[in-house]
Design a protein around this ligand. Structure first.
Ligand code: SF4
Length: 343
């Protein structure tokens, strides 16, 4: 049995990084992240399939994400110096935010800007590439029983109706039993079902998903009585909104990657370890004898003990002690998946 949904989530991320796509050879580089989405919806695991050249070009914009305002500026910046209001499309919000985004982009070195009299002019420094080919959303439910499947079904129906991800999957823990047909009946047929072995991080497909229409307008289900879809309230979301959100999700995935969990944990605790599994590492708490979750591994943890100062000074081969070394190791592993980044 797996310790927690968090531990399972890390296994699914590892599996995806190693073995995605579930069928056929890998043709595209991947960026894997966890706990990302739009305001009302977070997916547990995100697989971004990337255009190889686009991913490399994306590195020119640095490790940090570009939010919606920055994307608006860098995607439309012209090749020659131009007054910003002539160069950029109507933003749909105050131009004041556009000016702030121009200053931020210039400070980050990803846009040229200059003042001519009272006018701010801008010029493209790098062309922003369309680096995202497909986005796959995975919902992790290690203990998927009939009741969990029914609860999940409403959420998955919303994902399918919106069509923000190209595919939606449910990942569950592999057991000796096959996936019960009743579970498949309870889940929308458009969603794929994947079983993952938490000890080896191997995965099998129990059901293939349908490709969703990401380029078409989507439907947001606002309110849905449990047993009557016809009485649900809907609103439409246009394809441009979806394309913008997909770019923003991919940008957040690029910045964070799935190893960002360490930023909300206590690697500076003497009990915090990284244990190797299948060529990767997962966090481990020697005091609790389990994979710690961010909810357990924090300041309030009763068993927290700081690294002894001697670990940080004499005899420890990693600068700053094991805690700092762990963060650097995970950052290095993340960077390896972002070709072209030099920091
Ligand atoms: S003892 Fe607490 S703070 Fe230390 S590694 Fe374990 S869970 Fe984290």
């Amino acid at each position: 049995m797996i310790d927690s949904e968090f531990a399972f989530e890390l296994r699914v991320c590892q599996w995806a990084e190693r073995a995605w796509p579930s069928e056929g050879d890998r043709r595209r580089p991947l960026v894997i992240a966890r706990q990302l989405g739009v305001k009302r919806r977070r997916w547990d695991t995100i697989v971004v399939e990337c255009n190889p050249e686009g991913l490399r070009q994306r590195a020119s914009f640095g490790r940090e994400r570009l939010d919606g305002d920055l994307l608006h500026v860098v995607r439309h910046a012209p090749g020659e110096w131009t007054y910003y209001r002539d160069a950029l499309p109507e933003p749909g919000y105050s131009w004041r935010y556009v000016r702030e985004a121009i200053h931020t982009a210039a400070d980050r070195g990803i846009l040229d800007s200059r003042k001519r009299g009272n006018r701010i002019e801008i010029r493209q420094r790098y062309a922003y590439p369309e680096w995202v080919e497909r986005i796959v959303a995975i919902e992790n439910k290690p203990d998927l029983d009939a009741s969990a499947a029914r609860t999940l079904a409403a959420q998955i129906e919303r994902d399918v109706a919106m069509g923000l991800a190209d595919e939606v999957w449910v990942a569950t823990e592999r057991t000796d039993d096959r996936v019960e047909p009743i579970l498949l009946e309870d889940l929308p047929t458009a969603a794929g079902v994947l079983t993952v072995d938490p000890t080896t991080s191997e995965g099998d497909v129990a059901w293939y998903p349908q490709a969703l229409a990401v380029d078409a307008p989507g439907t947001r289900i606002l309110d849905r009585p449990d047993d009557d879809l016809s009485a649900a309230r809907f609103e439409y979301v246009d394809a441009t909104w979806k394309a913008d959100k997909r770019r923003q999700i991919a940008e957040r995935a690029y910045e964070r990657g799935w190893r960002a969990y360490v930023e909300t944990m206590r690697p500076d605790c003497r009990h915090f370890e990284l244990r190797a599994t299948d060529g990767d590492v997962v966090p481990y708490c020697a005091a609790k004898d389990r994979v710690p979750t961010p909810a357990l591994c924090r300041h309030a943890c009763g068993e927290f003990e700081p690294e002894p100062p001697v670990w940080r000074t004499r005899g420890w081969p990693i600068d700053g002690g094991p805690g700092a070394g762990i963060k650097r190791l995970l950052a290095r592993q993340r960077r390896r998946k972002r070709p072209g980044l030099d920091e």
